[in-house]
Write a protein that binds this ligand. Structure first.
Ligand code: G3I
Length: 301
């Protein structure tokens, strides 16, 4: 393949980018997006604060703009994210207990129902595990509604959109560590008890190197019977950037259930990471060495 999307497709995978709706009026951005990618994630537009700014009042303008662009180009869409401790609307931040639980599940049901049949994979729950060595849940208003809030969210999402793959998504889970093992144990428990979960997203926001056990970590989750996806890839620029992108790409291709890769932005100027220059295209929209290394890795073998 001569583009990221085409090369990934030849390997039975997608290659996506996170995009904000307002950049769909930047012609250089759209040219690269349409040429290279066959999947998109809304960078912010499908989050709780964007889709339910007032309780029970749902707004889909930004999400729809991204979805409609994707559909017109034949790209699939990753839904991001139904429930998260961050980017909650103010009204939810101030809720607790049964009222918050009911509001959260209603949110999942309403948004997943609105987009039913149009989303390839939903990040049903984002970043619910704690950093550090505990392997346990992160404290949040959602967690304080009861440990079963995650499975309740997955059941509601399945009922609302039976065709979407339902994912748990997190960061600093790229290697085998206490946090990724906590998630591993949750997924194993969900599979044992029949809680609907189809995939685990590994954000893969990396410094300059890839954990040595990155592929082994993806594989141990796949062995539980879920797909794995690389959902928010970016890697700080430095002498190892191209090599690190190639390593991540090769790891996904080596794991049969790794179904796709998403980078968290298109050009370095589109990144949330300021001056890290962690993406595949430079600030002028030119392909970087990391782009070529990624494309070559997709085309190898
Ligand atoms: O939309 C408001 C706007 O109304 C307001 O005037 C402006 C003033 O600050 O803020 C705008 O919101 C910003 C929003 O992006 C939309 O542009 C927020 O301040 C800003 O914090 C927010 O940042 C996003 C961040 O998530 C929020 O946590 C980034 O764009 C987005 O790339 C980032 O993405 C996350 C994933 O969802 C989850 N994993 C980590 C990843 C990187 O942090």
């Amino acid at each position: 393949g001569t583009t990221l999307g085409a090369a990934a497709a030849e390997k039975g995978r997608y290659f996506g980018a996170a995009i904000p709706a307002f950049k769909l009026s930047d012609s250089q951005f759209v040219t690269i997006l349409n040429r290279e990618f066959n999947s998109v994630t809304a960078e912010n537009e499908m989050k709780w604060d964007a889709t339910e700014p007032q309780q029970g009042v749902f707004t889909y303008a930004g999400g729809d703009r991204i979805l409609n662009h994707a559909r017109s180009q034949g790209m699939s869409v990753r839904g991001h994210a139904l429930l998260w401790h961050a980017q909650q609307p103010g009204w939810a931040q101030n809720m607790s207990g049964t009222a918050l639980r009911n509001a959260a599940i209603n949110h999942v049901t309403r948004v997943a129902t609105y987009y039913r049949g149009k989303i390839h994979s939903w990040d049903v729950v984002n970043e619910a595990f704690a950093d550090g060595g505990s392997g346990g849940r992160r404290d949040s208003n959602l967690q304080r509604t009861g440990n079963d809030w995650i499975e309740a969210a997955f059941r509601a999402a399945r009922a609302a959109d039976p065709g979407a793959k339902l994912c748990y998504n997190d960061y600093n889970t790229d290697g085998i560590n206490a946090k990724s093992t906590g998630i591993y144990n949750m997924v194993r428990d969900f599979k044992a008890r029949g809680v609907p979960i189809d995939c685990v997203g590994f954000q893969t926001h990396l410094g300059t190197t890839v954990p040595g056990d990155y592929q082994a970590n993806l594989q141990r989750f796949a062995d539980l019977g879920v797909d794995v996806q690389i959902t928010e890839l970016d890697i700080a620029q430095g002498s190892n950037q191209a090599n690190a992108y190639a390593q991540v790409t090769r790891a996904c291709l080596a794991v049969a259930r790794c179904t796709g890769i998403t980078v968290w932005g298109v050009r370095d100027s589109d990144s949330w990471r300021g001056n890290d220059n962690p993406l595949l295209f430079d600030r002028s929209g030119n392909k970087k060495p990391a782009y070529t290394a990624t494309l070559d890795a997709l085309n190898a073998g």
